[in-house]
Design a protein. Structure first.
Length: 368
């Protein structure tokens, strides 16, 4: 088996090209030239056509030889070995790897077989935020965290920071809902003798339909679903038709969770959003509880897209911390450690505060 890989090189100096999200162009680090992705795609398409009309000549065609017979034991079906078309080094990659860079010559490469044919994404949202901004966002993430250990900022080391195009399934569906609620209204009043409380009970119905477009569910088993949902939303208006040139200089994975396997999570998100939308229309009551919810989904379809994510892996006192940033909007998330001493001090102050309030209330009770 052989898979073709595109190694994007500068037409001016043959240096490696990478996609610059801020400029929206492919940039050469050597001569400073920049190119529109469509321009480079067209150039390489012409080269492929010329190569197809010529006898195969090995590395000049940009082929990556995949050695499926390598003996890796039980992991054999999860790994691939490729030969770099630039320097000839053998690279070991996971079977889902769609874009990477050669650790020997540094050239960014795209495994074309992972993003073509049935595996070709419909859309891609290009990176807009660079690695420097991701590092700065981590420092901002520390600010205002009163329970964060003071030495964490100095001692927390970034082990790895990488820009990854994460595979997402985008689901469209229409939801027909019929939901019933129990609600109460409470009225209180007093006279010279008594205090009165009147509770009225209501049965409320809501029905209708809602259309959902492009509900995202990540298609990578390596990515925690809750982490990917935490950096939403992505702005789909910036999405473009997929071109491999946008992957240059970044990592990318093809999906290993199919659209069919993602349906349940998509349905769960759609139903939850439907219930939230209908519940928000039930207003003016002291309490509202859902009595019965019937939601039917239809007209479902899915598209395949790659979304930009910065992943930062850090280590502090032997523990790993994972942070993620939306590579389009800059939304940053990640768990932080808690200083137990500061926590108990804060908790003690909170308890003392409640104690003071209780003491004042007790004093006022006896005073009046």
């Amino acid at each position: 088996m052989s898979d073709k890989a595109t190694n994007y090189q500068c037409p001016s100096c043959t240096g490696p090209l990478h996609y610059d999200g801020a400029a929206g162009r492919l940039q050469c680090d050597y001569c400073g030239s920049s190119f529109d992705p469509a321009e480079i795609e067209k150039l390489y398409a012409e080269k492929e056509q010329q190569a197809a009309s010529q006898p195969e000549t090995g590395s000049d065609t940009g082929e990556w030889q995949s050695y499926a017979d390598e003996d890796w034991g039980t992991d054999a079906d999860k790994m691939r070995v490729y030969s770099c078309p630039s320097c000839g080094a053998q690279l070991i990659c996971e079977e889902t790897t769609a874009a990477t860079s050669c650790p020997y010559c540094g050239n960014p490469v795209v495994m074309m077989g992972q993003v073509s044919g049935a595996l070709k994404p419909d859309y891609v949202i290009p990176f807009k935020i660079d690695k420097k901004a991701a590092k700065e966002a981590l420092q901002r993430h520390y600010k205002g965290k009163k329970l964060l250990p003071k030495i964490f900022k100095k001692e927390n080391h970034i082990d790895e920071i990488k820009g990854v195009y994460v595979p997402f399934w985008l689901f469209d569906a229409d939801a027909d809902a019929d939901i019933r609620y129990k609600a109460t209204r409470v009225r209180t009043w007093s006279d010279s003798d008594y205090d009165y409380t009147e509770t009225s009970y209501y049965s409320i119905g809501r029905s209708g339909d809602i259309g959902f477009d492009r509900v995202p569910v990540d298609g990578s088993s390596k990515m925690p679903d809750d982490l990917m949902e935490s950096i939403e939303p992505f702005k789909f208006e910036d999405a473009v038709d997929f071109k491999t040139a946008y992957l240059a200089g970044y990592l990318a994975d093809k999906y290993d969770v199919t659209a069919e396997q993602s349906i349940d999570r998509a349905n769960e998100r759609i139903k939850r959003s439907t219930e939230d939308a209908f519940a928000s229309t039930v207003k003016g009551y002291h309490s509202v509880t859902t009595e019965n919810s019937s939601i039917h989904l239809h007209n479902g379809k899915a598209k395949y897209a790659l979304y930009p994510v910065w992943l930062l892996n850090t280590t502090w006192k032997g523990k790993k911390y994972l942070f993620a940033m939306n590579g389009q909007t800059g939304k940053f998330v990640g768990d932080l450690p808690v200083d137990n001493g500061l926590y108990f001090k804060w908790l003690g102050g909170l308890t003392a505060g409640f104690g003071v309030i209780a003491l004042i209330a007790y004093f006022l009770f006896w005073l009046f």
